[in-house]
Design a protein around this ligand. Structure first.
Ligand code: SAH
Ligand code: SF4
Ligand code: F3S
Length: 435
């Protein structure tokens, strides 16, 4: 047998790309590839890319530039581009960077072994179709190796919402849900291999319809798996937060009290121009109903500042929304024009205005997050330990609210789920003691 070929994968973008990279590594494992942590060692380099903002997309080309020398030294090295830039730019990538051998869009990963063989043969391999078949049906099953206590599991992909700023409907295609029975068997397999917490992924995960009772039905079915302790899901759209899913937050114990529910803006005018299809009042109403059934729910959000036409008053509406909701964590971005999306055609705000607004928004979010985190001191949380901390004897894990929690105690191991009393709040994490 020949020596195994080495595969280096670099992942950008969202958690779905993290999941996809795992699945691609497994699929190429079947072709004789073993993973490596070093690009210099690799026989194949695969960049799993993100197209969401201009900077994300440009990173791909600067990274490819860095591989020029490697390719010159090692002519057999194959370079592939996967993910959302691959989908958005297709053959253009090979025109800009002729050393790229393979381009594969997110819906074609099951064809990776075929594409790899073509690239090995010295041909250029490109696939950015949206085929009818489910890519996950064709990907090789995950090998039975032990793994860490947390895992991602994609249940839904694509988006039909067409927010005016966003490329995802074009790069990931229309909304598709995987059948519940396949998700349940993949989850059981993960649990057998040591996983105790599963985060269900989808671009609009709460629009999931592969179970007759939607995402709530899937979550309740998953909650029946012995050994699975925690369930999370991300990312949700406000318009798909139905009554059953809200109710599940109140009575499904394995569903963690943390919800990422992006709103993007607090201004009705901007929400409308973004094509979000809901108002700020409707968003507040969803939060009220959630907090009624789960008062300790931690909320997380995404915000865009400097969207075309955003006035100072619109921006202040966003600050006001943040003050009212109280976010445990949040992600905020300057609006970035994306080719092919409706908002890219509109008059753009000055960069300085965007910069100043982003700073003000982030200052507020940081203050708010810190205050909510500090308020945890003295409280008891449950912690699922994941890995050793920085200090000797220390382990770090996540609370039900997704805070990182450090605990120093003898005999703690990854996968342990323990009650912890919080004793200190630091810049990015909590410190606790076992109860
Ligand atoms: N499907 C998810 C996530 C989409 S991308 C959702 O609907 O929430 C993650 C975040 O990137 C978005 O929530 C948005 O805040 C941000 N984003 C998307 N397009 C952007 C753009 N053109 N400029 C700046 N931020 C953007
Ligand atoms: Fe993008 Fe909007 Fe779809 Fe989210 S809901 S993926 S922001 S188009
Ligand atoms: Fe980026 Fe594609 Fe995810 S654009 S955020 S990798 S869906």
């Amino acid at each position: 047998m020949s020596a195994p070929k080495k595969l280096y994968i670099k992942t950008y973008g969202c958690q779905m790309n993290v999941y996809d990279s795992e699945r691609m590594a497994e699929a190429l494992g079947g072709e004789g590839y073993v993973p490596t942590e070093s690009a210099a060692d690799a026989d194949m380099i695969l960049l799993n890319t993100c197209h969401i903002r201009e900077k994300a997309a440009e990173k791909v080309y600067s990274e490819l530039g860095r591989y020029k020398g490697l390719k010159a030294e090692k002519p057999d090295l194959k370079i592939g581009v996967a993910g959302c830039v691959a989908q958005a730019e297709g053959a253009e990538i090979m025109r800009r960077q002729p050393m790229v051998d393979l381009v594969v869009g997110p819906q074609s990963y099951h064809r990776l072994p075929e594409l790899e063989a073509r690239a090995r043969d010295g041909q250029k391999a490109l696939d950015t179709d949206f085929p009818e078949e489910d890519k996950f049906d064709h990907l090789k099953a995950r090998p039975k190796a032990r793994r860490g206590p947390t895992a991602f599991l994609t249940v839904q992909e694509g988006c039909d919402k067409f927010c005016a700023f966003c490329v995802v409907p074009y790069t990931r295609g229309a909304e598709v849900s995987r059948p519940a029975d396949r998700i349940l068997s993949e989850a059981r397999d993960l649990v057998e291999r040591g996983v105790r917490e599963i985060t269900l992924l989808g671009q609009n995960v709460n629009a999931y319809h592969g179970h007759e009772r939607g995402l709530a039905g899937l979550i309740r079915a998953l909650a029946g798996i012995d050994g699975l302790a925690r369930i999370r899901f991300t990312t949700s759209h406000p318009n798909d937060m139905d009554d059953e899913l809200i109710a599940a937050h109140g009575d499904c114990e394995k569903l963690m009290p943390y919800l990422h529910l992006p709103v993007q803006s607090g201004s009705d005018h901007i929400l409308k121009r973004m094509n979000r299809q809901h108002t700020r009042a409707q968003y507040f109403d969803i939060i009220d109903r959630l907090r009624k059934v789960r008062p300790d729910l931690h909320l997380s959000g995404d915000f865009i500042v400097g969207f075309p036409e955003e006035t100072e008053a619109d921006f202040e509406d966003t600050l006001d929304l943040i003050e009212r909701v109280g976010y445990g964590s949040a992600f905020s971005f300057k609006y970035s024009t994306r080719p092919g999306t409706p908002a890219a055609e509109r008059a753009q705000l000055d960069e300085e205005v965007k910069d100043a607004r982003l700073q003000r928004l982030q200052a507020l979010l940081t203050r708010q997050q810190r205050a909510l985190q500090d308020a945890m001191v003295g409280r008891e949380v449950s912690v699922l330990f994941e890995k050793p901390g920085r200090l000797p004897g220390q382990m770090v894990g996540k609370s039900e609210y997704l805070h990182a929690v450090h605990v120093a105690a003898d005999g703690l191991a990854a996968g342990d789920l323990r009650r912890v009393r919080v004793v200190e709040s630091g810049p990015n994490s909590l410190k606790g003691v076992l109860v």
